[in-house]
Ligand binder design. Sequence first.
Ligand code: CFM
Length: 546
Amino acid sequence: MATTTKKKLVQWDPADVKAQLLEKYPPKVARKRAKQIMINEALENDTPEISANIRTTPGIITMRGCTYAGCKGVIMGPTRDIVNITHGPIGCGFYSWLTRRNQTDAGPEGENYMPYCFSTDMQDSDIIFGGEKKLEKAIQEAYDLFHPRSIAVFATCPVGLIGDDIHTVTRRMKEKFGDCNVYAFSCEGYKGVSQSAGHHIANNQVFRHIVGENDAEKPGEFKINLLGEYNIGGDGFEIDRILKKCGITNIATFSGNSSYDQFASAHKADLNTVMCHRSINYVADMMETKFGIPWIKVNFVGANATAKSLRKIAEYFGDQELIARVEAVIAEEMPLVEEARKEILPRTMNKTAMIFVGGSRAHHYQELFTELGMKTISAGYEFAHRDDYEGRQVIPELTVDADSRNIEELEVEADAARYKPRKTAKEMKKLEEAGYQFKDYAGLIPDMDKGTLVIDDLNQYEAEKLVELMKPDIFCAGIKEKFSVQKLGVPMKQLHSYDSGGPYAGFKGAINFYQEIDRLVNSRVWSYMKAPWQENPQLSATFVWE
Ligand code: CFM
């Protein structure tokens, strides 16, 4: 294949692109969207404000999911030995069943309920007369059949509307069983503006009902938890491989490839490392307050980011042998990564990417594109909050509105018996003075170039318009965007499910990603294709307000 290092001749002015994205909207919608479409000015220490975590205007085809999806699917979905019962009509259970590529390894002995779909299958009569009895029966049936360590119940929209008291039912069943932890999540789909609310509801309950349940000592040295890693396409397996090679003990991953006991023992770790800041940063804060475990932001997406994160963990423990071992692992893993990268680089150099995913990957994946010499010209999240864009310093100024007020904030205090600062104030200060940053995340915006477009809650219409105007070499998003973008002649990579690829985290993951992107951006197959309406436009229309 010929190398294509020459720059593409697509010229665009960000202000112009923004104006064109807004052009079609009625004035009120345009005003609201304008605050969510930001031309990045990459100002030092003074990131421009973006509007985020607000309701999508009805009528707009958003990329977002619901609160139930964020709770049941995202946070609780990857844990293999908890029986997850959806209390609701069968569709909610069925369509959230094995749709995310979170992998798990139960081993030969371990329990794995992930291939099962449990639902109360609510009918008309349950909606009219109440579904609590049916729920109780379902919990009993699951217990009798499987004798699981734990059963979780998830509320769907109708449960909130008819007022079933799922928490009382689960409390009663927990007492009745004695050897099975049963709890519920009020994660009705409408609870928040996106799945982000569901993450919070899920994590609150995990913290309240599971973390700290097992006080038994865990073997191993340099104990950490990995928060916000969901083992999509085996990412967590690769990260665990690397941690193990370095001699770092991962007590619990929240929640990729996880088990109930990992959560129950998480308070035994000495450091919390946070991958996906959006879905879990509050758990790190709560664990620090209750148990005295400090937290740091890490990123294992990108080879350099992986090396940096490993060094950061080693520096925290400050053990010379660990530091040497981490360096040895990096020295051993990097040559293969570099070999792959150097071979591919001439073919990917100067190409452009767009990334619109979730609440953290639109940032993390820019690392991998940078390693390929590619520039991310536009990116954004579906449901992140302002701190994920602008950095944690904006948290105090975030406004509580009718939607965020719905989401419980747990009041956490230091545990009387188990609170134990992992380092003395002096040790912490020494690390900080040497430039070490605890509980810090600078967000996506400072890492993006001046003049790039940062867009929150991108929708179907804007996605197509953006591709048409800026002509990226690759577009990254999810299944809902995949085919419409490919029909525009642009390669599309799913960064939720990885299509069927992955892992992309860690060192081996970086090599996988380089190869995949090389294949995609240098394949001309999509540009040969014309959609039927491009060859033969048949219908056109205007909106009434035009
Ligand atoms: Fe965190 Fe995720 Fe993401 Fe997320 Fe997700 Fe996901 Fe995602 Mo899809 S927890 S915010 S709710 S990193 S499922 S593993 S890929 S949108 S960017």
